[in-house]
Ligand binder design. Structure first.
Ligand code: ASP
Length: 361
């Protein structure tokens, strides 16, 4: 299958009064959300022209709505930096003309994409809300309708100063609005697919949408910078009992390697084998940026707390603290391609978009 970045555009009829209305742009990438039953009885992606048929409530919205949709929508298992850069450039090109953005995306890699976009879009002051569905829009019990309607309401919501209520990249799913680079997909069967273990929810949707303004990112009043590059030379190494030197070397000796995320045990621990120490020394000599992220979804990396993490402190491995794996890998991809090595090293250990606790960059 060839993966194409071609798009088509659809203006959706709403109840907006022309000239005074807020404007929302939706970007449709694929996933379960847009699937409908074909005449032959299999699921296929729908044509966005037909969305009013599935979500008639759109006619009631008082803002205008446009969609830019991939002509070849993808299952998010096919997501890659090429698509993240496409989404970032659509947002950049349309930034001044819209109040907010909603990205429709498969759930499987949504947390990676939301994290990637949070890094690519520097100085964001408008909402970018990712959402999707566990059941296709063409099914009676679909969660697509509710997720879409609440996401649109969040994207258009203003705070009492007239600024965007949620000027950050986030994920809305089921009832929860989460910071995108703090979220993880936890659940493949139930509707509440996403959680954020190390950071509070930004809002909860019940009868009202209750925003927690005290934890929502504050924009810095600088102009948006959309970074449109990501490194392809970042990899993940997951530790497991019985891991061999050959396996670790197979990954760490990749000739073009620039960044490595090691998924370690507990609070950031590793095996004590001398060969493991030697591999870390060699990575350090090659100036490869190594980030220590825990396999635990809750809690934080604390290098040096146990003897079994001293090897990381000795070899310039940076603690990822409470960052998610999804945010760690996309952060390295972003930093390594857009900044010199000294800034990468400083940025990797600190929060640059609210993705980890502790010191800000
Ligand atoms: N496999 C689908 C995807 O991530 C699942 C979903 O959309 O929920 O694209």
């Amino acid at each position: 299958m060839s993966l194409s970045l071609e798009t088509y555009e659809v203006d959706i009829e709403t109840g907006a009064v022309k000239g005074q209305e807020a404007k929302i742009l939706m970007i449709y990438t694929g996933g379960t959300f847009g699937m409908v039953m074909s005449e032959s009885g299999s699921f296929e992606p729908f044509d966005f022209q037909n969305i009013p048929q599935y979500v008639p409530e759109l006619k009631l919205f008082e803002f205008s709505l446009k969609v830019i949709a991939l002509k070849d929508p993808i299952d998010s298992s096919d997501m890659s930096p090429m698509y993240w850069i496409k989404i970032a450039s659509i947002i950049k090109d349309n930034y001044d003309n819209y109040d907010g953005f909603v990205v429709l995306h498969g759930t499987d890699t949504m947390a990676y994409s939301a994290s990637a976009l949070s890094f690519l879009l520097e100085n964001l002051s408008k909402p970018v809300v990712f959402t999707g569905a566990q059941i296709p829009i063409g099914e009676i019990r679909s969660d697509a309708r509710d997720n879409l309607i609440s996401s649109l309401e969040i994207a258009v919501q203003k705070n009492e100063n007239g600024g965007a209520m949620v000027p950050e990249v986030c994920i809305f799913f089921d009832k929860l609005l989460l910071r995108g680079n703090r979220a993880k997909k936890f659940e493949s069967s139930h509707f509440d697919a996403f959680k954020s273990e190390n950071f509070p929810e930004l809002a909860e949707a019940g009868v009202h949408i209750d925003f927690r303004e005290e934890v929502i990112y504050k924009p810095n009043n600088k102009d948006l910078i959309a970074h449109l590059k990501m490194s392809e030379h970042v990899v993940i190494l997951k530790l497991f009992p019985g891991i061999t030197e050959a396996y670790v070397r197979g990954i760490c000796e990749l000739p073009e390697l620039r960044g490595l995320v090691i998924e370690t045990y507990g609070s950031g621990n590793a095996p004590s084998a001398p060969w493991f120490k030697k591999v870390l020394q060699e990575l350090d000599q090659r100036q490869i940026v190594v980030l220590n992220v825990s396999q635990c979804d809750e809690g934080t990396v604390e290098q040096g707390r146990y003897e079994s993490s001293q090897v990381f402190l000795d070899n310039n491995v940076i603690s990822g603290k409470d960052i998610t794996l999804e945010a760690a890998v996309t952060k390295l991809m972003y930093l390594l391609e857009n900044h010199p090595l000294d800034i990468v090293r400083r940025g990797v250990g600190r929060s640059i978009r609210g993705e980890q606790s502790g010191e800000q960059y």
